[in-house]
Design a protein around this ligand. Sequence first.
Ligand SMILES: [Zn+2]
Length: 123
Amino acid sequence: MHELAIAQSLLKIVEEEALPYQGAKVTRVKLLIGRLSGVVPDALKFAFEVISQGGVAEGASLEIQEVPVRLRCHQCGEVFVVDNPFLTCPHCEGTGVEMVSGRELEITGMEIEDGNQGGQEHP
Ligand SMILES: [Zn+2]
């Protein structure tokens, strides 16, 4: 299962980030996931929930923002959003395009609760 391996590496990063905060709980993890990354958000949430049990990120919610596939036309420079990455430019019908976004898989933010003064943003 693809998502399990991703959830494991996510958890590792989250646990390392939370390390300086003694006794803290991670309450929220924000992610960017590109449409072409091949990750199914619900499967990733489920995998993360299972493997984070008993750890600092137990009960943390994954906030997943999906990033659309964007292409840039080499001919006219137009950037456009597509469902299928193998289209021609809608502006000039050029076929030389490059992918601008759509393969992201990154943590953009975390919320850590230290038990004293509520949650705090941790970039
Ligand atoms: Zn074009």
